[in-house]
Design a protein around this ligand. Sequence first.
Ligand code: 26M
Length: 822
Amino acid sequence: ENTPPLAVPEHSVESFTRAFLRELNYGRGVDLDRASANDKYYALSRAVRHYLTTRWLETLRNQYRDQAKTVAYLSAEFLLGPQLENALLAADLEDIARESLANLGLDIDELQAVEEEPGLGNGGLGRLAACFIDSLATMNVPTVGYGIRYEYGIFKQTFVDGKQVEKPDHWLHLGSPWELPHPEYSVDVHFGGHTEDKPDGSDGARTWIPSWRVTAKPYNYMVPGYRNGRVNTLRLWSARARHDFDLREFNAGEYTEAVRARTFAENISKVLYPEDSTPQGKELRLQQQYFFVAASLHDFIEHVLPRDYDLKNLPDRIIWQLNDTHPVIAVPELMRILVDDKGWDWADAWAVTQKSFAYTCHTLLPEALEVWPVDLMGKLLPRHLEIIYRINEEFLEEVRAAFPGDELRVRRMSIIAEQPGRAVRMAHLATVAGFKVNGVAELHSELLKDKVLNDFAQMWPEKFTNVTNGVTPRRFIRLANPALSELITAAIGDGWITDLEQLRGLEPLADDAEFRHAFREVKGANKRRLAKVLMDRDGIELAGDGMVDAMVKRLHEYKRQSLKLLHIVSLYEGIKSGRIPLESVTPRTFVFGAKAAPGYVRAKETIELINAVGRTINADASLKGRLKVAFPPNYNVTLAEVLIPAADLSEQISLAGKEASGTGNMKFALNGALTIGTDDGANVEIRKLVGDENFFLFGMTEPEASSLESRGYDPGEYYESDPELKAALNLIASGHFTDGERGGAVASIFASLTERDRFMALADFRSYMDTQKKVEAAYLDHESWSRSAILNVARSGYFSSDRSIQDYLDRIWGAKPIDQNA
Ligand code: 26M
């Protein structure tokens, strides 16, 4: 209370240089002359951190003093991306740091390149969490993000003979200047064992006698708001063997065994699971989930709340937002704390629990819904399984009361699945316990109510709501696209950075020839920047200054990278067969970025085929300057920030009804790419906002796709009746792109498309091709294309994650931004 606030260091080149040299000398113990690149990167980061630390301490102090309602964002993934650039921006130090380093003969860009981005997420869901904590800080909402400090993030993708080979991502190998360990706030997390009666306990109480435990050690990360004086906290947990690990449990001769056993505990936070659509039901994954959730609940209750806090008021003080089902084990954990540890009656505990959690669903694919075999959960978390059973019993009584005699419905809704084996359905648990359930785009939220969670929506219609995803304009416009940012700011001022609807002010400039010219210059400069990065990074060449056509996202059948491939092969086949005159082909580079889950065979085969087709096309001298296929390996946040600003065309071609939202689609539109896309996810909202004439729509609608599916879809009919489609598929099957090889990936992808084609790529092929022709024609008219591109930017302000967060505040959290200066 009485500590005087530390002064923020002065915003000047001299001050910054002093901070930098001090960190170099005292923090790293080296002279400037002898410092390694990592030393300099480290000292630079630490110097920047000084400027935010005072704000951080202040934020924490105010948080404790005000006890304001706090958002706790529980997420197994935070795909943060590079930290240094964001900290420089938030602290308004970009120019000062650049100048300071230049005075010392150092290039700040070179030092920034030393940073290994924390890839603590798979894709959309993890990146969304990172955008959300940025917006929460910028909007002054008291927030703590809770997650896992994986020692290895998402694997590094390499290609060997065009095939994906995964390499471990040891992002911490040189240390990270951005984290602060707080071992004194470590939390023990228990596992296994059995439960016993608790004769003197409250209603529902039992005693859990666990059989092993690990320590969760927190690492704090700063989450700075954009120049607003708030710095929130992201707390990531690392698993450690207990420090007082008892060697007496072992015979003297087993000392090394005993020490070795520590690694068992420390495995829990070792590696991020790289599946993002088909959970494998692995025990270690459930350990990870309970590990970070138990540590987080304990941390908030025991360390953040004042000691005498009356937990009856918990729902006024905190909202636990569940980022998908991964943290849902928090529900029985809170019940266990209240009933077993605090001695509450079951009903009182359930009343508080039901007001504390809200659940965001990120999928529509049935195979992506997490389910835990009862045996596994009973072995690892016996007490939690009992609690889930009781929650389910009472819930099913409610169902029976609301729908008497409808036992089929009861079975469908049960938290426990009976088939194929007994298992806990985590999405049902989340929906029963959460006071709100939201989808991530309008269409997705409607389909959740009408299909995936229809029974629940019938029972509790008011529980269901939508919050359309968004992306942070700080990282994905201001940092990624400085040239466009300057152009926008020169036109309408810089208010758009925190109020993205202001981009509307650009609309009239779409009709201004001079502005369009300037806009094209920006795009051109961004393409040259991309060309340089791809050349330096991978030796990849672009097709002159032609169209940049980008499809970047995880590799999954429902996203239909194979449909994109069919377009490319069909173009190539058309040129080679003379059907398409070469001169008529718009120069373009097809850029792919996509990681496949290591066990997802068909996704890996698709990568192999894309690389094979790319190799053939890129080696064909007659196509030089016309067509290129660029598939840089290891697409990540760092690459996204270079690629997205350079794109002309954004490919969002999932089968309608399968992509929950998409967020890459938003990033592209905001950076002035036009979308070719299906009526799916947030594409629907993008098209509505930017206007039909500025969006290339194709393919079946969701109802059309569903109806085709139920009528019985036969891809063979499309193959037989469309000669261009047939020619493209046959060319692949002939081994033309694979040195004559017709087996392996070729045969497998050919068969999967022509025999089953689960995501109906062939049904949408014709419409996709025809729409691509319209794209080519439109691109030839530079002026009208630029006009559309500018209108995409001007009308996409809605897709700021600041707007998403405002919707969460209004519709779900009921938390309010804090006025820092009040
Ligand atoms: C689950 C269990 C075990 C291992 C991994 C997982 C898992 C991890 C990530 C499952 C799904 C994961 O991510 C799914 C995802 O990224 N969904 C995407 O979420 C975005 C943000 O809402 C949406 O924009 C995308 O449409 C949606 O596909």
